[in-house]
Write a protein that binds this ligand. Sequence first.
Ligand code: NAD
Length: 492
Amino acid sequence: MKSGMHEKEKVETVRNYLEGKLQDIEGEPIYDVYNPAFGKVVARTAGSGPGVVDAAVDNAREAFRSWSSVPVTDRVKILFRLESLMRENGDEIARIVTTEHGKTFDESYGEVMRAVENVESATAATYHIMGRNNSDIARGIDEELIREPIGVFAVIAPFNFPVMVPFWFIPYAIGLGNTVVVKPSEKVPLTMQYVSSLFEKAGIPPGVVSIVNGGQETVEALLSNRHISGYSFVGSTRTAEIIHRRGTETHRRVQAGASAKNYELVMPDADLKSVIPSLISSFFGNAGERCLAGSVLVTLPENHEKVVNAFAEAASKLRLGFGLDADTDMGPLIREDHLKRVESYIDKGVEEGASMILDGRKKRSTKHPEGYFLGPTIFDSATGDMKIVTDEIFGPVASVMEAENLDSAIEAINRSRYGNSATIFTSSGRSAREFVHGVEAGNFGVNVGVAAPISFYPFGGYKDSFFGDLHAQGGDDHVMFFTERKVVVSRW
Ligand code: NAD
């Protein structure tokens, strides 16, 4: 696909998906949607206020009445159809993700497949909805646990995974008999708008999945609607705290994935040849806009120089560009203001006295000078009190710290307010075990740079990286989150 084709595209108007149809949004404010590689507006969306949101929720409540009593075997058949449609249209979905988000086509396609895998996991709803029973808990008395869907759930998504994150929740919620109102990020609404056409083709009845677009004002309307039973949120810690507080103070269920600052420790016994590509993909994949991205690299005195040199050399070779062009290794950041924010952290790192060994500000895309590009940036001699180490930067900036040994590395990592993921590269099972048991984080990589759990495992998160107790994706958590239990004691 040549980038020129996209430059000619006109500005599209994003619509909500309500009652099984795309509908114009007559709300405010208006949000520009960019192709960040070109620095150009490709679409506009608008805020959905309380009127639109309440109507969507009413519609979802109405749909819940019939959908919750559709046999689970029939609901699952619809999920199978959705899975096939998403696979068949995987290239097109990925192309839209790249256009509005900026990540490379391969990264987008990987994201789409992660979404598809969640649909596959959700087809186990026939098993997940099963209850339990005991005959004769007392003589002639039986006891039974029945699982039931609950009602309408809201899904509120971040910009960095336009399709995967909504699919951490949608297929499970609906497979188990609930209905959902989804609010994509206002920065990337085009992907879910396209996917809504597949909902229709798969045979998902109107109102079972609705999409309301907008930003903070739309979330506010969702939080104020008392008919929503629970919120599945993913985004920054700042917003996650608001959603969690507002949702729980009105006694709703909330699961809220939040910000991250992930550490990757390279032990001297690690195989450097395989470590470096893993580090590159972790720190600079998705231009660092990944909640599982490596952000702080920890080495020991014995391997420090070797690791840093090899890491910087590999990072300096990454080519910036539009994600649909074949020669692109790394796309742009999402917006100009975000680029400026990340650059201000680079300034801060210099002021704080970290030593800059690769300056990404000097690297731009020659083909797309208007894009929001920033090359890989690496600071050495970073310390735990520096902002570049304490704060989530969410860009291609790596800070390297040296620890004396494994114990002091674990201690340094645990000083972070976040605990999304942590990785160790080592050939020692004992070091790996100590690391996994000692570090306070939810997702671990052992010789794996991006510790992304497969769909049938929950997506972890400790400390300020997660609010709630039942996590996203498959496993048991979604069954508990999206169902309620009844216990029946009977004597006949
Ligand atoms: P964000 O918090 O700015 O926005 C997330 C969602 O909340 C969007 O839909 C947005 O419209 C809405 N929102 C924003 N501000 C709001 C407010 N004040 N009140 C109500 N709603 C509001 O996050 P983002 O910038 O879109 O996403 C990046 C963040 O998400 C990063 O911090 C990243 O680490 C995190 N993230 C976490 C995970 C995880 O699983 N822990 C996964 C992906 C991204």
